[in-house]
Each structure stands twice: as structure tokens, then as C-alpha cells.
Design a protein around this ligand. Structure first.
Ligand code: GAR
Length: 202
């Protein structure tokens, strides 16, 4: 049976990409295979992780390309050239336009470091999300994997996992625990679920 061809879009350290690569090696992600990693930053460590795993990489930097349109045109070209079925935003820090997301209905998934609909939407990304949770004073947070549509963090939820907040948490300690206990677990599971659905329709 053929596998869903996955592209991971990244911007930073790439620990979620690392979790997906590990899931492939362990046989947790079997219905899909990461064929391409595209980074929005030239110096993202995620690119090193991909290269170490023998995965093809590409870079698309919005500032260098001059506009959102040119940036998305490059993404679309790379995705088409590599015959990609599923796009995984794994710590990807650029919002995609409605024009872009409309072209890939139910084919883009994202991991967000909070329990949507809390602490999400425009401006809520990375460490900021954990600062927001601590500032609000919630006692439980977590991670969400969801389909991406034209509303930032607004698409259908695929999986969530809760994580308890400790009294002495800082944004950094909370971020690490949410990654370890939630993101790195549910992103590979959701990738497998969606990949299996894609190949069943192929
Ligand atoms: C992760 O916590 C991910 O959930 C978050 O950025 C971090 C990237 O880490 N993404 C967002 O906030 C998207 N709205 P990583 O590069 O080590 O995977």
C-alpha cells in the first residue's frame, strides 16, 4: 500500500519534527512518510534534524521572496514538485493566507501548544502561548492538533491532550512539559490518523 507523502513546514528548533521522525522509525507513523521539510528560516535547527534523517529540505523566506504571494507561490511549487498529500505545520511561524489554505482542504494540520479555543489565534505562538496561560492563571493547559483553514487556529480539532500546570512553572518549564507530554505524543498520532484517511481515499 502506498504511503501519504508528507511535507513538514518548520521555522525553529524542530522538536516536533524530531518526534515525527522518531515515530516513523518506531512504526507509529506508518501510513505516511515525510518526503520534504520546508523551513521559513534559513538557519532553523529543524533543517539539520531533517538532513540527519536523510529527508530532502528546502528554504522559503518571506522577506527574501518579497511578499506573502511570492512566498506562498514558492511553497505551492515545492509541494507540487514533490507530489505532497499532507502538509504538517510543525512549529511553523508564518500564517498562511485563505487563498493558500483553500487549496488544501483537510490536507494541512497544525500543532498548537494550548487547548484550543484557549490562548490561540493571531499573535499566540511559541513561548507567548505559555506566558498567556500562566498570566491568566489556568491550572490545566495542553496541546491541540487541528486542521488548518482560513481562521488562525480555527479549523476542526483532530486531537488534544491536557497537561497540569504547576505553581512554580515558568513559561519555559511549561513549554518543555507541554511539548514532552502532549505535543510530541499527539502530533505523530494525528499524522498517522490523517495519513491513513488520505491513503484509504487514494
Ligand atoms: C511548538 O511548541 C509548537 O506547538 C509551537 O511552536 C513550538 C515549535 O517548537 N507552534 C505554535 O505556536 C504555532 N501557533 P519546535 O520547532 O521545537 O517543534
Amino acid at each position: 500500500m502506498s504511503k501519504a507523502r508528507i511535507a513538514c513546514l518548520v521555522s525553529g528548533g524542530g522538536t516536533n519534527l524530531g518526534a515525527l521522525i522518531k515515530a516513523q522509525q518506531k512504526g507509529i507513523l506508518t501510513s505516511g512518510e515525510i518526503k520534504l521539510v520546508i523551513s521559513s528560516k534559513a538557519d532553523a535547527y529543524a533543517l539539520v534534524r531533517a538532513e540527519n534523517a536523510g529527508i530532502k529540505t528546502a528554504v522559503a523566506v518571506k522577506k527574501d521572496l518579497g511578499s506573502q504571494e511570492a512566498f506562498e507561490a514558492r511553497l505551492k511549487k515545492l509541494l507540487k514538485e514533490n507530489d505532497i498529500d499532507l502538509i504538517i505545520l510543525a512549529g511553523f511561524m508564518t500564517i498562511l493566507s485563505a487563498d493558500f489554505t483553500r487549496d488544501f482542504p483537510d490536507r494541512i494540520i497544525n500543532v498548537h501548544p494550548a487547548l484550543i479555543p484557549s490562548f490561540c489565534g493571531k499573535g499566540a505562538y511559541g513561548l507567548k502561548v505559555h506566558e498567556m496561560a500562566l498570566e491568566y492563571g489556568v491550572k490545566v493547559t495542553g496541546a491541540t492538533v487541528h486542521f488548518v483553514n482560513e481562521i488562525p487556529d480555527g479549523g476542526k480539532i483532530i486531537m488534544q491532550k491536557a497537561v497540569a500546570i504547576k505553581d512554580d512553572d515558568t513559561p519555559e518549564t511549561l513549554q518543555k512539559r507541554v511539548m514532552r507530554l502532549a505535543e510530541w505524543k499527539i502530533l505523530p498520532l494525528a499524522a498517522e490518523k490523517v495519513s491513513a484517511e488520505i491513503i484509504s481515499k487514494k
